[in-house]
Design a protein around this ligand. Structure first.
Ligand code: AMP
Length: 283
C-alpha cells in the first residue's frame, strides 16, 4: 500500500493507473477503522482494480467543536488494517492540504429539502461540510465506483444527490450495515460508550428489528410509536428522531404502499454520544 499525503501526488498516481486501464474504487473514511469500513474495502476490491481509501477527519462537517476534539484518531492501527485488507492507496491529507484558505471551505451548493430534516435538523451545517469534502475527494480521486455505508443513510442520499447534481460519472455503491454480535451498528464513536451506556445502546437496533416485525400487522405510525415509546422509556437513551421515510427523498410516510423504498431512521444520544441506526423496511 502506498500512502499519499498531497493532492498533486494522488492525482498524478491515479491518472497513470487509469491510463493502464484500471478501474478505481474509492472508500472515503474518517479513520478509527472497524469491520464496517473494512467491509466497504472488501466490496471495492471485489469490483474494481485499484482501491483507494482516504482518512480525513473533516472539520467542516462537525457543527460541535467538542465532537471534533473527541473524534478518535488511530492512524497506525488503521494503516495496518488497510494493508491487511489489501488496499492499494491510502490518501491521508492534512487539513491544510484540503482547506488551504478560507475560500476553500466554501461551496455555494444547496442540497434543498434533505438538508433540512432528520440528521440535518439535529446537526445544522453537517451535510454542507459532507458535500464539500466529498466533492473535493471525488475531484481528486476520480473513482469509477464510490463505496459508502447504509449506516449513514441520509449521507448516502446527500451524496447520491451531489453526484446527480454535478453530473459526475461515478457509481455510488451502498453497502450494508455491519453490526456487533449484539446488534449494535459498528461506529467509530462506540469506543466512547462506557459499559453501562454500551449495554443501553443495544436497544437501538432491537427497537428497529421489532419495528420491522411490527409493520406486518400494524400501521407504520403505530409501529413507529411503539418503538419510540420503548426507547423513550429507557433512562439512558435520548431519542433525537425516529422516522419512517421514503428511502431516497426522506419524506415521512404513513402507508407501506406510498413508496418503493422505505426506511426507518433513528438517531439517539446515549451517554452524550450521538448514535445512528436504520433499517430498510421495503427495498
Ligand atoms: P466514517 O469513517 O464514519 O465517516 O465512515 C466511513 C464510511 O464507512 C461511511 O460510508 C460509513 O457509512 C461507512 N460505515 C460506517 N460504519 C459502518 C458500518 N457499521 N457498516 C457499514 N459501513 C459503515
Amino acid at each position: 500500500m502506498i500512502i499519499l499525503k498531497t493532492i498533486a501526488a494522488t492525482q498524478q498516481f491515479i491518472v497513470a493507473e487509469k491510463q493502464t486501464g484500471k478501474t478505481i474504487g474509492f472508500v472515503p473514511t474518517m479513520g478509527a477503522l472497524h469491520a464496517g469500513h473494512i467491509s466497504l474495502v472488501q466490496q471495492a476490491k471485489s469490483e474494481t482494480n485499484l482501491v483507494v481509501v482516504s482518512i480525513f477527519v473533516n472539520p467542516t462537517q462537525f457543527n460541535d467543536p467538542k465532537d471534533l476534539e473527541k473524534y478518535p484518531v488511530t492512524i497506525e492501527a488503521d494503516t495496518e488494517k488497510l494493508i491487511a485488507a489489501g488496499v492499494d492507496v491510502l490518501f491521508l491529507p492534512s487539513v491544510a492540504e484540503m482547506y488551504p484558505n478560507a475560500a476553500s471551505r466554501q461551496m455555494d451548493y444547496d442540497l434543498g429539502y434533505i438538508d433540512t430534516v432528520l440528521e440535518a435538523a439535529a446537526r445544522p451545517g453537517h451535510f454542507k461540510g459532507v458535500a464539500l469534502v466529498v466533492k473535493k475527494l471525488l475531484d481528486i480521486v476520480t473513482p469509477h465506483k464510490l463505496y459508502m455505508g447504509q449506516k449513514d443513510y441520509q449521507q448516502l442520499q446527500v451524496v447520491r444527490k451531489l453526484i446527480a447534481d454535478f453530473d459526475l460519472d461515478i457509481e455510488l455503491v451502498s453497502c450494508p450495515i455491519i453490526r456487533e454480535p449484539d446488534g449494535l451498528a459498528m461506529s467509530s464513536r462506540n469506543v466512547r460508550l462506557t459499559d453501562e451506556y454500551r449495554i443501553a445502546a443495544t436497544e437501538l437496533s432491537k427497537a428497529l428489528f421489532h419495528l420491522k416485525k411490527d409493520i406486518a400487522n400494524q400501521t407504520l405510525p403505530a409501529a413507529r410509536a411503539t418503538a419510540q415509546h420503548h426507547l423513550n422509556s429507557h433512562p439512558l437513551i435520548d431519542v433525537v428522531y425516529l422516522e419512517i421515510v421514503n428511502g431516497h427523498a426522506l419524506v415521512p410516510i404513513n402507508h407501506v404502499n406510498e413508496a418503493t423504498n422505505i426506511a426507518a431512521l433513528l438517531a439517539a444520544k446515549v451517554g452524550g454520544v450521538h448514535l445512528l441506526d436504520n433499517i430498510i423496511l421495503k427495498p
